[in-house]
Design a protein around this ligand. Structure first.
Ligand code: FMN
Length: 219
């Protein structure tokens, strides 16, 4: 199956996933006033999607045709639940699945999920393979950061590139840096050069400094 990521004309403008912000209503409004090339859902927990409260959690991945191409972003810990959620996302008609391996919020990092997965490549691999099993043919991407406590771009991004993903979004800060320092765009450049040297076809998307810009404008 042709990945929609390969059909987009560069430069690609993407609506970043934002918890409690980028729901279907928000996306429909944005689609009307300035549609980006790709939409993302809010991050959605796979354990929640496989629980008795799944109807409530599932509201996070509702979409309408005007929001396409749209990628469902998921997060969690249990590979089996990643597979089950990926199957559902495929059935719902999403264009892609994104795995969150970058959120720095203490509540999720403490559990070993999202940004904490950067220090746990064994789990990262299990999760990616689990999503691939459920997604059968849907493009799979990862959104991540450049390290947990220290910058580890080469080691971590090399590992992700070896997983043969369709796309990797790199937020150019470590988990510990939250959004408190300027984005390390040089590290994102390093990842692109690494990708090219590995002759990988994975699309690399740069992310960060949106909040930074907002703070600058306030001053
Ligand atoms: C309110 C809010 C919610 C966010 N929720 C998510 C999310 O669900 N998934 C995700 O990958 N990133 C999330 N992010 C991060 C953004 O997608 C984006 O990476 C970030 O805002 C850009 O970097 P900045 O901190 O320099 O602005 C969120 C950011 C904000 C401000």
């Amino acid at each position: 199956m042709q990945s929609f990521w390969n059909t987009l004309e560069k430069p690609i403008l993407i609506q970043a996933p934002m918890d409690d912000v980028t729901d279907t209503v928000f996306r429909q409004i944005i689609a009307r006033c300035g549609k980006p090339d790709v939409f993302f859902t809010e991050f959605t927990n796979v354990e929640g999607m496989c629980s008795r409260g799944k109807d409530k959690v599932g509201k996070r991945i509702v979409f309408t045709p005007v929001e396409r191409p749209i990628v469902a972003q998921i997060w969690g810990l249990d590979p089996l639940k990643f597979t089950e959620t990926a199957k559902l996302i495929k059935r719902m008609g999403f264009d892609g699945i994104d795995i969150n391996m970058g959120c720095p919020e203490k509540s999720v990092v403490k559990r070993g999920s999202c940004g904490a997965i950067i220090d746990n490549p064994k789990l990262a691999k299990e999760i990616i393979l689990a999503v691939r099993k459920g997604a059968v043919g849907l493009p799979i991407s990862v959104k991540t950061r450049i390290g947990v406590k220290n910058i580890q771009t080469e080691k971590w991004i090399k590992f992700l590139l070896e997983m043969d993903l369709d796309a990797i979004t790199i937020h150019g800060r470590t988990v510990a840096e939250m959004s408190d320092v300027p984005n390390h765009w040089d590290e994102i450049g390093k990842a692109v050069r690494l990708r090219d040297s590995m002759k990988s076809k994975t699309l690399i998307i740069g992310n960060g400094d949106i909040g930074q810009e907002r703070r600058c404008r306030k001053i």
